[in-house]
Ligand binder design. Sequence first.
Ligand code: UDX
Length: 618
Amino acid sequence: MSTGEKARGPSAPGSWLYVYSDGGSRGNPGPAGIGGQAKDESGHLLLEVCEFLGEATSNVAEYHALIAVLEACEELGYDRVRVRTDSELLANQITGAFKVKSNLLRPLHYRVKGLLDGFRVVEVEHIPREKNYACDALANRAIDEGQSGVLKAVLQPGDEGLFPAPVACDGPVPPERRRRNEPVISRTKMECCVIGTGYVGLVTGACLSDLGHSVNCVDCDSEKIDALCQGEVPIFEAGLEAIVRRQFASGDLRFTSDVHDAIASSEFIFITVDTPPDSEGKADLTNVDSVAREIAAAINGYKVIINKSTVPVGSTRRVERKIEEAMDEYREFDVVSNPEFLREGTAVSDFQKPARIVIGSDSQKAIMRMIELYRGIDAPLLVTDPVSAEMIKYASNAFLATKVSYINAIANICEAVGADVREVSLGMGYDERIGFEFLKAGPGFGGSCFPKDCRALLAISVDSGYDFNLLKGVIDVNREQQERVVKKVERVLGGLEGEKVAVLGLAFKANTDDIRESPAVKVTRMLLEKGAVVKAYDPQAMDNTRRTLSGVEFADDPYQAVRGADVMVLLTEWDEFKWLDYGRIGELMNSRSIVDTRNCLDPAVLRKLGFTYEGIGR
Ligand code: UDX
């Protein structure tokens, strides 16, 4: 299968290769298949492709069919090709007569363009359906047999009977890893290195190797690297440990501190280092700059350098400049913006099933390589310019933060007018323009991203001369939300001095051990400052909290935390808190009083048990 090299000239000088393809689905989208043939000028069949695509639309199938045949033809050595298709849309799109608007089709379109770039002369012809019967038959056969689980691959003339296992993949793709619309087209194992093994780096490195690539994860913290080589994963993230251990054992995932060697032996270089905020809230790029210098020192051939750290607008150009300045001899490279949208707690599935993949680059070559790298991930691929890609990251996070601050502001009005914010957000969410996501009122947003990215975007807006009042409001509402929670507890207790407060939850949200900018920790700190005696419990985040917050007594379990307490304050929506025995909790507490800042308990049940209950916005 293809290695992407340009064709070396025809077996018969000047002769044409004829490529026929057809893809179709039963039910748009529906079960889809592709068929294709390549013939020489005398009509002699050179090869055939017949493959089941799983669930796809016809247009997508049309593109996959052409890609599969062109890929199979790369080794044949022709430099001129006549593409014949009965899809008018496809014919006009690849000639450029029609613009490709669909994000689903765009990456496939780039792939076809790239493959056709391998020929010196290209002609495209729209042929009537009946002239393409063979490919149509192959595509239908693929659907019939594909649905029965028989995978198809490239057929060389003379191949008989049912088809062998897919070509070029390392052995057959196990069914559980085969996505419904993932074509079994050859996927090359790419050499990647990921610099920085924090949240983003470790998840990216592990999942890239799980995708079939060979990955070097690099970090200057050699102790961390040693621990990772022992299979010790320093972060609590669902599914990550299993992938790290499996891929490390397979040899496709390696951990090293030797950044030079890792860069030299890789084509794809991911920058996933920390960009902490400086005193003005701007992202500090010291780590990114030092990686750029490392790359300049180690570059030994074409490299695709991928900015995955959250970096200010214009950073792609900046990294390019830094590398060029530091290179002693010019070598070809491209820098791509490829922002991540991983959420803590669901980062592995967010990588494997992203809402979209954003690629910001002006280099067709780099875009093509990136599409190849992410082949096998079933998601819309948005190809755009670097600056827009960088803005997509900030704009997305700031918008989600705006939704959270908005519903918190609405919750505060609900409290005053006697409405229930949960009902209100439900009523809002049915409107698809609003959606249900990120409309849960609570103690405000936290974590390593939203607060930092909102401040960084505000700094970018100031530098660009735009007064971003809306975002200032989002940040202010968020800060006030923690203060409002403390006031609520104070009001419930009639003061805080010497009062025993049981805090359930310290992580900034459930299913993570992360307390960075955690609203729960901020509220706890304020309670302590006002003289409360705090006993806290969190299933995962107590170690991290011990390192940053003193004056708190940590409990082994929620029941120990509430023993003798005057109030219980629920600050993180861990599932286990919803299923506690509240009868027993009531008996253990000094007085039956609950402040539920995540609205995840049932007030009616608790009131029946004699509790006073305060939520947020209800
Ligand atoms: C976020 C983005 O979701 C992710 O795409 C990006 O890559 C990184 O930042 P994360 O920081 O893991 O991910 O947290 P997220 O799940 O988005 O929650 C952010 C904060 O908002 C948390 O404190 C959470 O408790 C709060 N939140 C979220 C609410 O208060 N209400 C909601 O409805 C949703």
